[in-house]
Design a protein around this ligand. Structure first.
Ligand code: ATP
Ligand code: SKM
Ligand code: MG
Length: 168
């Protein structure tokens, strides 16, 4: 099985993805984590080599993750690459959303080079909303509910659709 989590920075892809994989009893891969493991902190990559270089590394991480099985959490901008859009077209794709009111407290760690304020987060999300929605088979809001409940609901959706596609 292969299921992909997409969505805005701080929507909860990494945290909920880990729980979802545990619930389904499958492996979990986070493309940001893989990039950091191989190349160092994302903020350093942006500062030293620029965003285009980061996107090249991200595309490699995405391609590799999609050769495996389980739950794959993408970085927030991974779906900007048309090759990635095409790669996930036939896979179950879950969009995590979050309200601006809930995201403020989640942006605290300062590790997101494209996000300097809630306004920059909002602008980035607005510019991507249509793309995120066009790629998703299922969408779930993470703003005000425990991650366990959200992971359980995604797992139920994934199990229910299993007969329709060969993955999951
Ligand atoms: N449902 C939730 N309720 C409360 N806090 C949450 C929830 N989901 C995620 N968080 C918190 O929000 C922060 C961001 O979550 P996470 O890192 O999983 O987001 P992300 O979508 O992976 O972001 P990025 O695109 O930057 O990797 C974390 O501190 C996480 O613990
Ligand atoms: O939304 C984005 O473009 C990003 C989100 C993060 O997950 C990281 O992949 C990086 O900070 C870029
Ligand atoms: Mg993440």
């Amino acid at each position: 099985m292969l299921l992909v989590l997409i969505g805005a920075p701080a929507a909860g892809k990494s945290r909920i993805g880990k729980k979802l994989a545990r619930t389904l009893g499958v492996p979990f891969v986070d493309t940001d984590t893989e990039i950091v493991r191989q190349h160092g902190p994302i903020s350093d990559l942006f500062a030293t080599h620029g965003e285009a270089h980061f996107r090249t590394l991200e595309r490699v991480a995405v391609e590799h993750a999609l050769t495996g099985t389980g739950v794959v959490a993408f970085g927030g901008g991974a779906v900007l690459d048309p090759r990635t859009q095409s790669d996930i077209a036939s896979l179950p794709v879950v969009l995590l959303t979050v309200d601006p009111s809930a995201v403020a407290g989640r942006l605290a760690n300062g590790k997101r080079p494209l996000i300097s304020s809630i306004e920059s987060w909002q602008a980035l999300v607005d510019s991507r909303r249509e793309l995120y929605e066009s790629l998703a088979d299922f969408s779930i809001d993470t703003s005000h509910r425990p991650t366990e409940v959200i992971a359980t609901e995604i797992a139920q959706w994934a199990r229910a659709r299993r007969p329709q596609k060969d993955t999951l």
